[in-house]
Write a new protein. Structure first.
Length: 341
């Protein structure tokens, strides 16, 4: 009986050697359009052999009358005229240090869970990942504004604590509901929290304030996920590896996006590879947009051979592949990971 993609991902997380290194091919809207045109289909997951299926916590953004503008359920308006995937916040919900204007969505809104039966049925053989985007700090800065929130951390920490508590309570309610949901006995295998704490040179607001504002709340969220028997993951861009020992201490199992521009992948795997599974690694800043197809093949093969030893590695682009990556480089990556089969 052949090993399923789901089993391979679990083996990697448990630091066991899978028959092949599990892989993922995630794209932005423009990059996906290139692949759809090349392959002549919009149903790419089966064709690509992706190992992970993601279900998002947020509801779809509502389009506004102005072209390219969308509103999320927290009242933030997003301008998607340039970045069609995520967009850029175009307003601040909290203009003052006052939570009376905060819009907290209904965590039990049935629209949030309506797609679960079909999702579980379609992806039984894939690792089913519940993706909690903007899970704490990022949600706070989108409603308050980044500069304002960073100032608040220094000048009004009690306000920040209260704001983060409201977001944390919402997250816990959604986690409760998502983790208990099943279809024919099938539920989520893992949760990936999204919360970018870093930039290219280090933590945005420093380790001291991360420990004060973020660590206690993510520790509680991680415990809830682990208690449900699911794997705990974090997506945090930037140079955040100084936090790895503390993240391991509070229960983190999977780290994404594993950016080669800000950390030595081989050093991190050697140092933490028996405690963390690394998910990502293939550079979308240098290798994929600017390398040759042969360079992409060689570096992808090197990662598979070296970082894939002993489990603890799920190879993927270090973020969703953007539209500026040449088609031939995307295909070089795809063909190399598929050639393991």
């Amino acid at each position: 009986m052949s090993t399923t993609p789901r089993q391979r991902v679990w083996q990697a997380i448990r630091h066991e050697q899978p028959d092949i290194v599990p892989y993922q091919i995630n794209t932005t809207i423009p990059a996906r359009a290139k692949l759809e045109a090349h392959y002549g289909t919009k149903d790419l997951d089966d064709l690509l052999g992706n190992h992970i299926a993601r279900y998002k916590s947020r509801l779809e953004y509502e389009p506004l009358p102005e072209p390219g503008m969308f509103a999320d359920e927290w009242g933030v308006v997003w301008n998607k005229t340039v970045d069609k995937d995520l967009g850029v916040p175009d307003n601040r919900v909290l203009l003052e240090r006052d939570l009376s204007a905060l819009i907290v969505p209904d965590p039990l809104d049935p629209r949030r869970y309506a797609g679960l039966p079909a999702f579980f049925a379609k992806n039984q053989d894939r690792f089913k990942l519940f993706s909690v985007s903007f899970s704490l700090y990022e949600r706070a800065w989108t409603v308050r504004g980044m500069e304002a929130l960073l100032s608040d951390m220094v000048e009004a920490p009690a306000f920040v604590e209260e704001l983060l508590d409201r977001i944390f309570e919402w997250n816990m309610a959604v986690l409760d509901e998502m983790l208990k949901r099943r279809a024919d006995g099938v539920g989520f295998d893992g949760v990936l929290f999204g919360d970018d704490w870093g930039q290219q040179r280090g933590l945005i607001f420093g380790a001291k304030r991360w420990r004060q504002f973020v660590k206690p709340r993510v520790a509680a969220m991680y415990r809830k996920v682990a208690d449900a028997g699911a794997a705990v993951g974090i997506h945090s861009c930037g140079k955040v590896q100084d936090l790895f020992p503390e993240l391991i201490e509070i229960g983190l199992q999977v780290f994404n996006p594993f950016q080669p521009e800000v950390m030595d992948l081989w050093e991190m795997k050697a140092k933490y590879g028996q405690q963390l599974a690394f998910y990502g690694g293939v550079s979308i800043q240098r290798l994929l947009p600017f390398g040759t197809p042969d360079e992409v093949r060689r570096e992808t093969r090197r990662m598979l051979d070296d970082l894939g030893k002993g489990g603890g590695f799920i190879i993927a682009p270090s973020h969703e592949m953007p539209g500026d990556i040449p088609l031939e480089n995307m295909l070089a990556y795809i063909e190399t990971v598929q050639a393991q089969q």
